[in-house]
Design a protein. Sequence first.
Length: 256
Amino acid sequence: MAGSQSAPEGGGVRNVKSAERTTALLEYLSDAQRPRTLRDVTADLGLPRASAYALLMTLVRTGWVEAGDGGFRVGIKALRAGAAYVELDDVVQRAQPVMDELSEEVGETVHLARLDGHEIVYLATCMSRQHTLTIVSRPGRRLPSWATGLGKAILATRPWPEVDALLPEELAPRTPHTLTDREAFQAELTAVAARGHALDEQESTLGTRCFAVPLRFGGTVAEALSCSVPTVRLTAEREPEVLAALLRAQKHIEQA
């Protein structure tokens, strides 16, 4: 029939090009460390200039993107959407009160994160109220899984072939301590699985040691809980206390 469109092979739903461009643009701006110009958008996303401009202006009018002297950045609507995701997330709701108690008990910052591809995404953070020197990772922040205790805690629950396929070809370092050798990282995950918790030895942030545990709710593990402590106040006597408190919190969340 004239004007009709056939369904894609396999009976799936046809992709909508404008929607794909919109999500790609929002993801691009969300990951950007600074506002991006129209030239940046067209070059990095491969969009025609006229199409990119029309799309940006539409998103500016609807509040999803903001325009300033330096270029374009995500707008307040994106913040609302992200906040709604976190507020309605079942794991966050189960974990938040336990995270508050854990942070108060140990006096340190506590994080909850989820694996997304080869990155971990922070879902919630309880900052230390007892110290001015704290480690902060805002909800929505992404870090490479191989450079974090959170990522290692999750990946250690999965078979290595699955992990190997998930990771990028090159494990880029975040600090001089980041494990970038695949064999060394595989051995690290084996050690994590054996002891039941992961360690981030200044691999993500210099001057910070992180203890992390996976959260098991049945099925594939996708979330982990961590406690980050500046190395300047982490003594040998303090380490087992922090880890014991973290393991208790893990149990409470899984049984909630």
